[in-house]
Design a protein around this ligand. Structure first.
Ligand SMILES: N=c1c2ncn([C@@H]3O[C@H](COP(=O)(O)OP(=O)(O)OP(=O)(O)O)[C@@H](O)[C@H]3O)c2ncn1[C@@H]1O[C@H](COP(=O)(O)O)[C@@H](O)[C@H]1O
Length: 158
């Protein structure tokens, strides 16, 4: 669906896929030391999502006729969750079909709707980044193997 142009929130996430052509990526900052570089890279990766989060948060309680985020947030958790689910399904359809050009746009839609979900729930991006940082360096295989094993009888009934 074509949407009105938003001039108050120049979010690159809004310039992809269904919503238009991708913008040219900006050059990464020069590295000074490996520690600084790691921080800069982290900031650069999450900045676009944090900007989008701030914009969506600022739309809460706004005019639903002027802002899609305000409209979605006014419709409540059930609708927000439903929209997120729909976008996730559209994303997986493109992945399975191997249409990577469409997958980029659908991925942006999923991230936008996930952020609306966070705003509605009162979760901040920093909480999610912290959880991702906590997991860094732990293989999913090792993490699964470390989980307490249920007793055999429980496993059979599952
Ligand atoms: N990233 C997005 C973004 N991605 C998708 N969408 C909108 O999501 C809508 C999805 O359309 P659908 O028909 O699937 O959903 P719907 O209109 O809720 O329809 P129903 O399910 O109710 O029938 C479209 O209007 C898209 O434009 C987005 N709307 C906004 N943003 C970002 O959010 C910022 C603030 O937007 P506003 O809140 O609209 O000011 C923008 O600057 C963008 O950066």
């Amino acid at each position: 669906m074509i949407k009105k142009t938003d001039t108050s929130a120049a979010s690159p996430a809004g310039n992809q896929g269904k919503r238009g052509k991708a913008t040219k990526p900006t050059k990464p900052a020069k590295r000074k030391s490996s520690a600084v570089a790691t921080d800069l890279t982290r900031e650069a990766d999450s900045a676009v999502l944090e900007r989008l989060y701030s914009v969506v948060q600022s739309r809460k309680g706004g005019d639903p006729s002027l802002s899609h985020s305000a409209r979605l947030l006014s419709r409540g958790t059930y609708k927000i969750a439903q929209k997120f689910g729909e976008e996730a399904v559209e994303c997986l359809i493109e992945a399975v079909a191997g249409r990577n050009d469409h997958l980029v746009g659908e991925s942006a839609d999923v991230l936008y709707h996930l952020i609306v979900l966070w705003v509605d729930a009162g979760i901040t991006p920093e909480e999610v980044w912290a959880e991702l940082r906590r997991r860094e360096g732990t293989s999913g295989i090792a993490e699964k193997a470390s989980r307490p094993r249920p007793p055999q009888s429980e496993k059979e009934n599952a």
